[in-house]
Design a protein around this ligand. Sequence first.
Ligand code: VG1
Ligand code: CO
Length: 544
Amino acid sequence: MPISTITSSPFNDQKPGTSGLRKKVKHFQQAHYLENFVQSIFSSIGDFKGKTLILGGDGRFYNQDAIQVILRMASANGFAKVIVGQHGIFSTPAASVVIRKKKAFGGIILSASHNPGGADEDFGIKYNTGNGGPAPEKITDAIYEKTLEITEYDTLDSQTDIDLSQLASHDLEGMTVQVIDSVTDYAQLMNELFDFEAIKTMISEGFTLCFDAMHAVTGPYAVEILEKQLGAIPGSVINGISKEDFGGGHPDPNLVHAKHLANLMFSDESPDFGAASDGDGDRNMIVGNNIFVTPSDSLAILTANAHLVASYKGNITGVARSMPTSQAADQVARKMGLDSYETPTGWKFFGNLMDADKVTLCGEESFGTGSNHIREKDGLWAVLFWLNILAVRNESVNDIVQKHWLEFGRNYYSRHDYEGIETESANAVITGLREKVKSLTGTQLSSLTVSYSDDFSYTDPVDNSVSDHQGIRIGFSNGSRIIFRLSGTGTSGATLRIYYESYETETENMNEDTQDALKELIIISLQLSKLEALTGRTEATVIT
Ligand code: VG1
Ligand code: CO
């Protein structure tokens, strides 16, 4: 057999976080490091002999090298076939589409999402199961356990690389490697879900848009769908050339990192609609002329308008949001008689609910929105959903948002991130709060009364698995909330996230500045957490 079993030693990294293993590229380039993790995946996912694996990534630095390593290991471990995106590219949602469509055993996605790319930046890897979604905790825990004890892995003797530049099939020591177009299957599904004719007509009648691909993976997807299929004028997609280092930027679609788009949308030259997506194409930011739509509001608005999109009309079973996401979607669910769910952060928790048909739409405050069409969040899908609604309603983004607030109330919302804190100080903040919330319920903080406070624990309604310590929640009797949690996706130090939300139903108070509207909550959070004393920080690093 042309297979080598290589001796390696376990790695003692901390547990992978919210979305798989994310580390600096240099960390991945250590001898046997990537191989150890891949073997740990293969040893934890059950019997895949004779089955198909989907493989691709967001095109960041090290993507192609990692793919060649994984192909050799997949062959040595007994996969019958691996389907790879051309040039090694799949956006995260496109990988989910292909896993489902090809009925694959699972898929490996190479991405560190919105984190910067390049030789000195971040790389990441995660495993998705046959439903197209991130592996559940029992699999990710098993993978982690394997990494602690691994001593060898299987790969091929030969070091030959597969040519990923052409659409073709290859034999790799008995395993088929099929290189497919990265965009086709995804674009076809979008065409089935949305009324492309209606959107095309709206665009041909003068509707203008700007989509910022941030030099990341969505460039080719957006050019194909928005410009070629829907007729947006060439140049509507900006920063559409994918680069290994994302042009040196943070491919994170928010008002801070997509500032030029934000500036454009608030200027006299604003198109009717603006949007951006992240490194791996699963996040979205929606902006109208003079209005930024918070991701939490976007989920609520899509839910309230889903009946305008034929493939969703009458098919919404329920809606789920991650715990720190604002309660705007809950307001819609209540009025429309839909079930609503509050899950921990991270897309994997939505998968069970969707597989059991309990929810159709779901979203996170971190610019993630999606539906049961796949099992990942989906940036371009959200953009197309908005365009479909705009084509049917024939109103501006601003009008749609304002009318939504009048009907359901407005949830002011903001997230303050404190990045690169020393891990010990960040832990001290959370530990302190964990103690405090035990006795906060019923107390008065400033002018507000605490109606509940806890360290969020989630029991999955489908398989009854329990996930503890998912963030500190403080709810007030007027509907306001403060949430504290530590990021699980960073690669240096700790990031503390504080989420603020207040609920407003008075029409005359609906157009305040967000930070002003949340001021009282911000002050309460800083006092309660002793943030400055414990971390030395006086200001958030990023406010979205
Ligand atoms: C962040 C977001 C979370 C999201 C995760 C993955 O996690 O807050 O909502 O699910 O990134 O997004 P954290 O643990 O850093 O807060 V992405 O676009 O990686 O796939
Ligand atoms: Co992402």
